[in-house]
Design a protein around this ligand. Sequence first.
Ligand code: PLP
Length: 424
Amino acid sequence: MHHFEYRNDSLHCEDVPVAHIARAVGTPLYLYSQATLERHFKAFQEAFAGAAPLVCYSAKANSSLAVLTLFRKWGSGLDIVSGGELFRGLKAGFEPRTIVYSGVGKRVDEIDAAIGHDILMFNIESMEELALINQRAGALNRRARIAIRINPDVDPQTHPYIATGLKKTKFGIDLATALAGYREARRMPNVEIAGIACHLGSQITSLGPFREAVTGLIQIFRELQALEIPVTYLDMGGGVGITYHEESPPRLDAYADTLIDAVDGTGLRLILEPGRVLVGNAGILVTRVLYRKQGKDKIFIVVDAGMNDLMRPALYQAYHAVQPVEQSARENIVADVVGPICESSDFLARDRSMPDACRDELLAVMGAGAYCFAMSSTYCSRPRVAEVMVYGDQFDVIRRPEDMQDLVRGEQLPHWLTKPSDPW
Ligand SMILES: *Cc1c(COP(=O)(O)O)cnc(C)c1O
């Protein structure tokens, strides 16, 4: 459920007309509903209420400081995948002891920063990383808590680019190696074994993969028990899917029960890393129609947002509903909704049956709260767009749109081009 609804044929975000915000801020713009974020977070927490898990919001889905701060206030921890996300998380006020750090390519400086802040744990993705973390913790006179991220070789039945728990992917460590890793970690003076982790992928719409994975992880827990290696946490990662179009993702209580039942009696504390399921349907992209172009074979609705602003359709052929901000009786057409970028993959919707659209009108690209602004770039020298938060009848800009100066910030000419005797 979300708070984007038509009232008198005009799309509202909570109690504010979307068109009003577009006039005030300009387009394109991302719009988030705080009430939706809160509802999703509370529903997630409530589904797991009996188990008192640590919910670590996955920052990469939407790492806006405003979004991070809201989740922190509601009691969330944080799942990070870079030193930059650690920086953002600390800036948003997260207690380091609620931060878990995943990712196959952690750099030394990133590891040092996380050890320095004494985060809750590192989810280890390779034997070399394990050795490095032990070494860096030693150099910094600390003990680093770790979990090994297991690659359970489970097919999450999602888009191949967001499947991470199959053995052919770069993520996690296979079962046999993981057991050897735990044995080694036990002998390392500067690491403390804290948990077992996994993350299967994203936009998973059935419970089977989660059930299969948690069963495998509990088996590893039993083997560790037999080796007298104690663990506190079972980190099941994120991955719960949402409805973009016709998907029917599992109910949160069914998802929670699957995991709670599996850990029942083990004494393990669950960690969860939800991203998309919390923020995906809490945001939209508002864009303006620049031209309605009648091509030879099809109609193109050319809008002012492109693949640099919202990359998911270009990257994964992802579906986002596109709807008019002001509804009216009109003909349905089949069209491509495209941006101004010079690539044929620059589309927001393709062969889409939609109400006809005309020049200057506003369109809403739905389900744009997760992996949308976060993946945006300045390709084609297009400044990044504004982000706005709505709460009831109020709204505020949480990220101003970039300007032309932002585009060239940090750039300079090589010194030989700036000499007075410049031969060029
Ligand atoms: C991306 C990611 C998540 C969040 O995944 P969602 O599908 O957005 O819930 C959680 N954990 C890890 C390790 C990730 O890389």
